[in-house]
Design a protein around this ligand. Structure first.
Ligand code: FES
Length: 134
């Protein structure tokens, strides 16, 4: 019962605002500590405001050995944002991921729910530009 509620809040606000979580605790009877435990366990949730688009750079073994760290640097430089942070315009949040389940496409990144694989780094500007307008 709690997960669908949190997913709906996340879909509405793109993160889980504290005052809304307090409201959920009051209305459902779940302790706030339990709600935070769930909210912080899943990477798809955030308790701080996030950008419109979430960029997950896979740093899992298959991607790491094929240079995903360089992809992370390139994205970070291009967007002028540090890993784990959100761009000033609130358009992108850049995060590391352990494995996004596409090891055969290493190195891979995921933007929202779209996977981009076998990247060399040259494609990064074009990929990011697709999300700058929308
Ligand atoms: S290690 Fe990157 S997708 Fe699995």
């Amino acid at each position: 019962m709690l997960m669908p509620i949190l997913q709906e809040i996340n879909a509405e606000f793109n993160y889980l605002p504290e005052d809304v979580l307090q409201y959920v605790a009051r209305e459902t009877g779940y302790p706030l500590s339990h709600i935070y435990k769930v909210a912080t366990f899943y990477g798809s949730f955030s308790t701080v405001p996030r950008g419109k688009h979430l960029i997950s750079v896979c740093l899992g073994t298959a991607c790491y050995v094929k240079g995903s760290e360089r992809l992370m640097e390139k994205i970070s430089d291009r967007l002028e944002v540090k890993v784990g942070e959100t761009t000033r315009d609130m358009r992108f949040t850049l995060k590391p991921a352990r494995c996004i389940g596409c090891c055969g496409l290493a190195p891979a990144i995921m933007i929202d729910n779209v996977v981009y694989g076998k990247l060399t780094g040259k494609e990064i500007p074009k990929i990011l530009d697709k999300y700058k307008a929308g």
